[in-house]
Ligand binder design. Structure first.
Ligand SMILES: C[S@@+](CC[C@H](N)C(=O)[O-])C[C@H]1O[C@@H](n2cnc3c(N)ncnc32)[C@H](O)[C@@H]1O
Length: 334
């Protein structure tokens, strides 16, 4: 089971029109326990979720009273079947609004969950889905990977709070990186060991070993949670150990910045610009570091500092290196 194979699978998912991957309840619980104080009195919207099968709906309906929610709204894309896995074969979709337990048993009974038809297909970009979005305070879901940019742009456009799942490589999408730089989006707590396991109705699309027949789950590396809700980890400093030694850190040919290959090697006493691995975003605390820009072979004009050669991308001794985020330590040790 190689990373290359898994990344290929992620690529497939991104390109797939179906985007059918289902989030496990345990992963939702593990992430959302860090956001509990954000839900009191709030309307939560899950807009890529069949309410009859979504674990997001399950989580919020069963924890409705504990979280002190006001309402849950979920919309289901192109489907009215009761099958576990959506085949997107109905153009008309459904939605529901759940206002909490009424009969005092603290459980969402079928009678309390009213399913209503939508006029259209439930696309998150449709007028009626946007009207529901307007009623919401926080959007929580795993949206289609192939529409991630558009999905995030809509949430930010409508000034919504959110906790959503996406590929970590989305950090290097120009539009997403801009939001990160503007502090409109950051990385959440993530999946155990960086591995996300999803249920899928398309096991045959996966190489042996990536899809586990016993569990029925497919493994993706490089997937995380994205949010714009304040979480404790965003205020935790990355502990730094090393002192800056010029001979241990190469400088880029074309940028006035040093290259750092591993997060643990970020020097604690360097006050200039440093190129750090993309995984840095998982540890980013805006009180500790300033994000200057993004340099990678295929990305133009995002460095935030001038390239002396006019070339984009991190070059060392004429060779193009891995993509890097350019950062500056706000409080380097002297
Ligand atoms: C990665 S799956 C996740 C499903 C569910 N949110 C979960 O986490 O279990 C993305 C879902 O988005 C739905 N979807 C695809 N395109 C959509 C669109 N344009 N609008 C709304 N939902 C869409 C798919 O049918 C699919 O069920």
């Amino acid at each position: 089971m190689t990373t290359k194979v898994q990344n290929k699978n992620l690529g497939k998912a991104r390109n797939s029109k179906k985007d059918e991957f289902y989030t496990q309840l345990s992963d939702i619980e593990r992430e959302l326990k860090h956001y509990k104080n954000h839900f009191k009195g709030k309307v939560v919207y899950c807009n890529c979720d069949d309410p009859r099968i979504s674990n997001f709906f399950h989580y919020f309906s069963y924890n409705f009273e504990k979280l002190g929610l006001k309402k849950i709204i979920t919309t289901c894309y192109k489907n009215q079947n009761m099958d576990l896995f959506s085949q997107n074969d109905s153009e008309q979709a459904v939605y529901l609004e759940y206002d909490g337990d009424r009969n005092g048993n603290s459980v969402p009974d079928p009678k309390e969950i009213g399913i209503k038809p939508l006029k259209g297909d439930g696309d998150f970009r449709s007028k009626e889905s946007i009207e529901l979005l307007e009623k919401a305070d926080v959007v929580v879901t795993n949206p289609p990977f192939s529409l991630f940019r558009e999905y995030v742009a809509q949430l930010i456009d409508h000034e919504k709070k959110f906790v959503i799942i996406g590929s970590l490589s989305a950090i290097t999408y120009k539009d997403i990186f801009k939001f990160i730089q503007e502090n409109k989006l950051w990385v959440g707590y993530g999946f155990t060991g960086g591995n996300a396991f999803f249920e899928t109705p398309h096991p045959r699309e996966f190489a042996k070993g990536v899809y586990n027949e016993e569990t029925g789950l497919v493994k993706f590396r490089n997937v995380s949670w994205y949010t714009n809700l304040d979480i404790a980890k965003r205020h935790e400093d990355l502990i730094l150990y090393k002192n800056y030694e010029p001979k241990e850190y190469s400088k880029y040919d074309n940028y006035d910045a040093i290259n750092v290959d591993k997060l643990k090697d970020i020097p604690m006493d360097y006050d200039g610009v440093m190129g750090v691995p993309i995984t840095f975003m998982d540890k980013y605390n805006p009180e500790q570091f300033e994000i200057i820009g993004l340099i990678a072979g295929n990305i133009k004009g995002m460095a935030g500092i001038k390239s002396s050669s006019g070339k984009d991308g991190p070059y060392i001794n004429g060779k193009l290196k891995y993509g890097r985020i350019l950062v500056r330590n706000r409080k380097p040790l002297r």
